[in-house]
Ligand binder design. Structure first.
Ligand SMILES: [Zn+2]
Length: 389
């Protein structure tokens, strides 16, 4: 529970923000289901609907909900209940990438409810990989059909808005999630032994595999191995190759690269190939299987944070990033700050070091400090601080 005077202050900031902000209502507002959170629960109420964007804006200014969620799906009767009575028409394809799912070593240090620059950089890399290595090349979506927004806390949401995707059922959505998380890929199917016969010689088998110019996972595996070979032993080891073999491969890289670029994998002598390929695929796949599964496949019922709304655990904005280029340049702990202007005195119980608006704060332990309002609210909403009376 947030202390009442803190809740009152934050509700006022939220209401003022939505009053002044341009409309954040999603396309086809009237066909969306909405759900709202309070300070303890991200979705405390759902099955709401609004007739248009003004109706919606009035509600969020009047009620100042700490979390605003909407359905990626569109319905004939978005407020119908139970779910079967809504009349599902179709929906966006959503990917939810959260730094917590990356199991980074830094999270052991600062705790899972906090983020550091490393967490934010890694989850940005993962989001870029999803778009650049999977959604655009393998599924053929164009950049303008892909909408990326900061979650307002520890990650990014990717929305694919496309007519073909709109009607995809759960099964098809599950296949997409299996593909990008690498769980539906059988490496053994990408390789085969092909006999080679030369006149006057005994026939022998050559291991044939994917070329970097191939589409899909085969091309990704070949391309990634080639770029790792050109980078060095450490990169090969990161792919799961034991040091001894990584050194051998690196030493013979000219022959190995030439072989792979023609689909001849016989020059790559790796023991326990099966295990090796599984590890390689793991390093290249999108590492978010739990939350991706939940979001991609539960198309009929799942609600997700509305882009450009505020996050009730941080007070930060879930900014929409208009392009991949904008994503690369985006600094979440700076550009998503909306509460500005004054300072607040807070009593901090405990908080790790964090950076906001280019300034470093903390670490704190049982400290009384005066902070810019955005940093104070961030700590209050993370339940690490209280307003000083
Ligand atoms: Zn971290």
């Amino acid at each position: 529970m947030l202390e009442p005077k803190a809740e009152q202050l934050v509700r006022k900031l939220i209401s003022d923000y939505y009053f002044n902000a341009k409309s954040i209502a999603p396309p086809h507002t009237e066909r969306r289901e909405f759900g709202f959170g309070d300070f303890d629960k991200k979705i405390a109420f759902r099955h709401y609907s609004f007739k248009d964007e003004n109706d919606f804006k009035k509600y969020i200014v009047d009620n100042a909900p700490p979390f605003i969620n909407y359905s990626p799906a569109e319905y004939e009767h978005p407020d119908g209940r139970p779910m079967e009575n809504k009349g599902w028409l179709g929906g966006e394809l959503i990917f939810d990438l959260d730094a917590t799912d990356l199991h980074l070593p830094c999270q052991e240090k600062h705790g899972r409810s906090w983020v550091c620059e490393n967490c934010l950089a890694k989850v940005k890399e993962e989001t870029t990989k999803l778009v650049e290595d999977f959604l655009i090349p393998d599924f053929g979506f164009s950049e303008k059909e892909i909408r990326i927004n900061f979650s307002g806390n520890r990650g990014y949401h990717v929305h694919v808005v496309n007519d073909d995707v709109f009607r995809l059922n759960s099964k098809a959505r599950r296949q997409i999630s299996e593909y990008i998380t690498g769980s539906g890929i059988s490496p053994e199917k990408l390789f085969e032994l092909r006999p080679v016969k030369r006149e006057g010689m005994r026939s022998f088998d050559v291991l044939h595999g994917p070329k970097p110019t191939d589409g899909g996972w085969g091309g990704k595996i070949a391309g990634n191995l080639i770029s790792a070979l050109n980078t060095g032993v450490a990169t090969l080891e990161e792919m799961g190759i034991k040091q001894e073999y990584a050194r051998k491969l690196f030493k013979n890289r000219a022959t190995v690269v030439l072989g792979i670029s023609m689909g001849n994998w016989d020059t790559v002598k790796i023991p326990k190939k099966e295990e090796f390929w599984r590890d390689v695929i793991k390093t290249m796949a999108i590492k978010q299987s739990d939350s991706i599964d939940r979001n991609v496949t539960n198309d009929t019922g799942h609600l997700i944070r509305l882009p450009d709304s505020l996050h009730g655990d941080t007070g930060l904005l879930g900014n929409t990033l208009p392009s991949l280029n904008a994503l690369q340049k985006f600094d979440p702990m700076k550009e998503s700050i909306v509460f500005k202007g004054k300072t607040l005195k807070v009593k901090i119980e405990k908080a790790p070091k964090f950076s906001m608006n280019g300034e470093e704060y903390g670490p704190y332990e049982k400290a009384a400090v005066e902070l810019p309002i955005y940093a104070a609210i961030y700590l209050i909403l993370k339940r690490a601080a209280q307003l000083s009376s």
